[in-house]
Write a protein that binds this ligand. Structure first.
Ligand SMILES: C[S@@+](CC[C@H](N)C(=O)[O-])C[C@H]1O[C@@H](n2cnc3c(N)ncnc32)[C@H](O)[C@@H]1O
Length: 263
């Protein structure tokens, strides 16, 4: 058990990945839309779950993330070095104009941009990097219907610090109980989520828990549409799921396709 906690960054990537498994059908969706791509950029790629799953014929593939340990994991899993993994922030991207036919921002990564300034700077960057006929694809949970995870059924399911149990995961051969605490922020739409991982059978003299904090700013469809248009995009599609479901205000997610507006 002690060795488990010695390489903290390694453990935290494993815990993050075990919890962030994506949505059903998302990998198949991104593979499908990238079939004829001439260069794919994924923003907020994490350990490269999506980018590594694309087929090899899509030309240059680049993953961008801020988190060094997750990028290192992406690199180590990319055994044939098919992709490039770059540390950069979504609002400021180190690539030339028109470098990619496809930009992907999967699994709520767009909501990691907490201010409107960062969101619009990111969209302007994507616009600059896309070829004129290129497309931006992203998916986010719908603000009105999303609970950041499985919310507790009853108030007394929460402990005195506001944590509630969500699931059990196995990481490095150890079972962890995962607890979540959601803290709405004074800024509209922002929720700071803390995941607490408690290994089963933790001995008393060990750091028994590990925590990962993630801040998200949920945005409604109307707001996303306005920012896309203001940054020069045409919204071509907003589906309610990865199988092309019609979007409604009751959909759990929004799956977008947008392209640079024709002048
Ligand atoms: C929910 S994860 C999504 C990971 C991956 N796209 C997937 O589908 O599994 C969001 C990722 O966005 C990254 N991220 C957050 N803010 C970022 C920023 N400003 N620039 C680049 N990456 C960022 C986080 O480090 C995290 O790896």
């Amino acid at each position: 058990m002690t060795e488990l906690f010695q390489d903290r960054p390694h453990l935290e990537v494993n815990l993050f990945d075990a919890l962030h498994r994506g949505n059903p059908q998302d990998t198949a969706f991104y593979r499908r839309v990238c079939r004829n791509a001439q260069g794919v950029l994924e923003l907020g790629c994490g350990s490269g779950r999506i980018l590594r799953s694309l087929r090899t014929s899509e030309g240059r593939r680049v993953g961008v993330d801020l988190d060094r340990p997750r990028l290192a994991r992406a690199q180590s899993l990319d055994e044939s070095s098919i992709c490039s993994w770059i540390r950069a922030s979504m609002p400021c991207l180190p690539f030339r104009k028109h470098s990619f036919s496809h930009v992907l921002i999967p699994f709520n990564a767009l909501f990691c941009l907490l201010t409107i300034q960062d969101l619009t700077r990111c969209l302007r960057e994507v616009h600059r990097l896309l070829t004129p006929n290129g497309s931006l694809y992203f998916d986010v949970y719908q603000a009105e219907t999303a609970s950041s995870s499985e919310a507790p059924v009853e108030d007394d399911a929460e402990d005195e610090n506001g944590f509630f149990w969500i699931e059990q995961i196995e990481v490095q051969g150890v079972l962890f109980d995962v607890f979540e605490r959601d803290q709405p922020h004074s800024r509209h739409g922002r929720i700071d989520v803390v995941y607490r991982f408690v290994p089963q059978g933790a001995e008393e003299n060990l750091p028994a828990t590990s925590e990962i904090e993630i801040a998200h700013c949920f945005r409604a469809k109307e707001e996303i549409d306005i920012h896309l248009r203001d940054t020069g995009f045409d919204v071509l599609e907003c589906w309610g799921g990865f199988l092309g479901q019609t979007w409604s205000e009751h959909s759990e997610m929004m799956v977008y396709k947008a392209s640079p507006a024709t002048p």
